[in-house]
Design a protein around this ligand. Structure first.
Ligand code: ZN
Length: 447
């Protein structure tokens, strides 16, 4: 049993209960008590949280871990221009490069307060080895809860798509590989450390056939669905020209709206589209830093929340968001909402809720993750807020969201420490850095 006390606690329960000085008790991987004041009774480990704020672990709802190997390229380009530069490089990925990139990306995510992350992997070079297995091994090495998605692209340039033909798969081959990934790795149990979802890449890189058959496959297997949607004006133009409708109308026509679907970005959405997402319970992975880095636009987060759309936060791939700091997205989400909708468009509490319960809803884990309540899995982060960057901001939730990215004093995943005093417990950050650097150099020198 672990007792953490003398810390501020933001529970993110239905009432947004907040304790200025409270405790959290963890036993056998789950939270058994949360409340005000200290906690008497026996403990295997008793932690003094003085100067800290405990929140639910942050949940990252959109990422491409392999992109850690291609950070800092095409830094002044649009999404389509950036993709056109990067696709040929990604076509040379192999399992070793993806494993090293994922190790670095996951280590960094853990240090930024993430306890659960998805990954959207959609590049499977023919001679690249088992790239999905490589990132799953990396997640086990760091100790984070992992939701890899088996992505795919089958609409190459010769068929009017954006990616070069050598990085796309045959439709049936992509579907069969996706089913194998689910059979091999998906764990449906409430405590799962590993769950797989189905994730064709985007309207401009995937055929309608693959989109609709992917939805059928996911529902037959009881797993979730994810894709990029409504990220840029270029994508909207592509959908109108090719399909004669908006991206959301296109998604709906293929069976891609529902409470088992979450969509990355959702930046360019009209009122009707937002209403349809709300009515169908379709989630959105909001990636404000990536949207800013690529100049894609500002998502209508206030309106999405007002229509009861499940909204989570995502860092997105590190090639379009080199910072990749999930804690930092709390502030970026608030800034973006207020730039778009004015000073009352989003509160610090709402930003934290998106990064925790919102993310849990996107991943279908809201019954077991996303808030600090007895019975839930013990995924939590204790942020240190008494250092130079934060001390003097008396409202610790404001310090976390509005202040600089806060150091993680402790993070627990299923009650198991994964970060302590700002360092990874199970992996060596220097080794991860060296491995990722080697992978980057090797990838860029490959021809
Ligand atoms: Zn993405």
């Amino acid at each position: 049993m672990i007792v953490i006390e003398n810390a501020a606690v933001a529970t993110v329960d239905a009432e947004d209960t907040y304790h200025e000085n409270g405790h959290v008790v963890v036993d056998d991987g789950r939270i058994v008590a949360v409340g005000a004041g200290s906690h008497a009774g026996p403990a295997d480990r008793r932690i003094d949280g003085d100067g800290c704020l405990i929140t639910p672990g942050l949940i990252n709802t959109h990422h491409h871990l392999y992109q850690w190997a291609t950070r800092g390229l095409a830094v002044n380009d649009t999404l389509f221009g950036w993709l056109t530069t990067l696709y040929p490089i990604w076509g040379r990925l192999d399992a070793e490069i993806v494993g090293a990139a994922a190790g670095a990306g996951l280590g960094w995510l853990a240090l930024s307060g993430c306890t659960t992350t998805m990954d959207h992997h959609y590049v499977f070079p023919r001679d690249g080895g088992d790239v999905l297995a490589a990132e799953i091994e990396a997640a086990a090495r760091i100790g984070v809860r992992f939701h890899p998605t088996r992505g795919s692209m089958d609409l190459g340039r010769k068929d009017g798509g954006l990616p070069p033909d050598n990085v796309v798969e045959e439709t049936d081959e992509a579907l069969a590989a996706t089913e194998r990934a689910i059979d091999r790795w998906h764990d449906p149990s409430p405590e799962a450390m590993l769950q797989v979802a189905v994730a064709p890449c985007s309207p401009f890189s995937v055929t309608s056939k693959l989109m609709s058959e992917a939805a059928t496959l996911a529902r037959r297997k009881g797993v979730r669905l994810h894709t990029h949607l409504a990220e840029t004006d270029d994508e909207e133009d592509f959908c109108r020209e090719r399909f004669g409708c908006t991206p959301v109308e296109y998604a709906e026509s293929l069976g891609w709206l529902g409470d088992d679907v979450w969509l990355a970005h959702g930046v360019h959405l009209g009122d009707d589209a937002i209403a349809r997402l709300g009515a169908t319970g379709t989630g959105v992975a909001h990636c404000p830093s990536s949207n800013a880095r690529l100049g894609a636009g500002m998502a209508r987060v206030r309106e999405l929340l007002d229509h009861a759309v499940p909204v989570g936060l995502g860092v997105d791939g590190a090639a379009s968001q080199e910072a990749s700091h999930l804690g930092g997205e709390l502030r970026q989400a608030l800034y973006t909402a207020r730039l778009r909708g004015g000073p009352t468009a989003l509160t610090a509490r709402e930003s934290l809720r998106m990064a925790t319960m919102g993310g849990a809803r996107c991943l279908g884990r809201e019954g077991h993750l996303g808030s600090l309540e007895p019975g839930k899995l013990a995924d939590l982060v204790m942020w240190r807020l008494d250092g130079l960057g934060h001390d003097g901001i008396d409202d610790r939730l404001a310090a976390l969201v509005l202040g600089p990215p806060a150091p993680v004093e402790l993070s627990l995943i299923g009650g198991r420490p994964v970060v302590e005093r700002g360092a990874l417990v199970h992996a060596d950050a220097e080794a991860l850095t060296r491995e990722a650097r080697r992978a980057h150099d090797r990838l860029l020198s490959k021809t």
